[in-house]
Design a protein around this ligand. Structure first.
Ligand code: ARG
Ligand code: MN
Ligand code: MN
Length: 305
């Protein structure tokens, strides 16, 4: 298996500066070397190019729409290329608005190849805002809505059709910050969400068994990993930290259970903000969890079913 590392160094979708330094912090933390140590071939494609962050106020409820359109087009094109080559695209953000481009590319690929898509969205936030309901206008709070076909026209049809995906193709895990409008949107679309209360009450193992239910040989799993999913005690280097996230062990179990399926074919690693981090701790945490995603385990073991 060949991993294509794709850097997308921008924070145009956020309101805290710094996520644009994410790709290099992951490189410094040894991401490529860790993957190679797992026996994977790695090609680092370097960083994509796009418009600078103009640092403007939202216009019609959207901040930096034109910049977000361009960055997502670049991500869409590069992720599509990697998938056509049969590689595993690993998109290093950058803020979470970039998942619009990467998952649009993955959804199109699944459509073209007859695969079943399952997106696992790890996040403290639901990222299901619309320009009309967002309290901030930040597009990193909107990618899920855009992927479901609700958003500005240029952000909802990268693959040439809309919506890119259906609510039953995603599972959101770790959610603990939802805006009022989002709460209604999630309910109306029936987006499957395992929030922190659900994790507390049922345990992470039960959550992951449910989130992975129905995954078969024909499924393409895409992991969209917003690092603010993790508790800020173990991952302080993010722009929109929320108290009360999963522990290191809970996060490890998520990764290990995904690895056991053998069906993960693409991922995003987003919202890492090195300017807010402590000696690259959050990037190192990400690399550690990614090792588990690719099958690192304490003991030789059979897949737990
Ligand atoms: N819900 C808030 C908003 O819309 C926060 C979104 C944070 N998103 C993220 N990808 N970190 O602005
Ligand atoms: Mn997010
Ligand atoms: Mn988030």
């Amino acid at each position: 298996k060949t991993i294509s590392l794709i850097g997308a160094p921008t924070d145009v979708g956020a309101s805290v500066k710094g996520a644009g330094m994410g790709p290099d912090a992951l490189r410094v933390a040894g991401l490529a070397q860790a993957l190679e140590a797992r026996g994977l071939a790695v090609i680092d494609h370097g960083n994509l190019h796009g418009p600078a962050n103009p640092w403007q106020a939202p216009v019609n409820g959207l901040r930096h729409l034109n910049e977000a359109i361009d960055w997502n087009q670049a991500v869409y094109d590069e992720v599509s290329n990697a998938l056509k080559l049969g590689h595993f695209p690993m998109m290093m953000g950058g803020d979470h608005c970039l998942a619009i481009g990467s998952i649009s590319a993955v959804a199109k690929h699944c459509k073209d190849t007859g695969k079943k898509l399952r997106v696992l969205w790890f996040d403290a936030h639901a990222d299901s805002n619309l320009s009309t309901i967002s309290p901030t206008g930040n597009i990193h709070g909107m990618p899920v809505a855009c992927l479901m076909g609700h958003g500005p026209e240029q952000l909802i049809a990268y693959g040439g059709y809309t919506p890119a995906m259906q609510p039953n193709e995603i599972r959101q895990i770790g959610i603990r910050s939802v805006d009022d409008g989002e709460r209604q949107f999630i309910h109306d679309l029936s987006i499957p969400v395992f929030d922190m209360r659900y994790i507390d009450e049922h345990g992470m193992r039960d959550v992951m068994l449910k989130a992975l239910d129905g995954v078969d040989e024909n499924t393409h799993i895409h992991v969209s990993f917003d690092l603010d999913f993790l508790d800020p005690d173990i991952a302080p280097g993010v722009g929109t930290a929320v108290l009360g996230g999963p522990t290191y062990r809970e996060a490890q179990l998520c990764m290990e259970m995904i690895a056991d399926t053998g069906r993960m074919c693409s991922m995003d690693i987003v919202e890492l903000n090195p300017a807010l981090d402590l000696r690259n701790q959050t990037a190192l945490m990400a690399v550690d969890l990614i090792e588990s995603l690719f099958g690192k385990s304490t003991l030789v073991r059979m897949a737990t079913k």
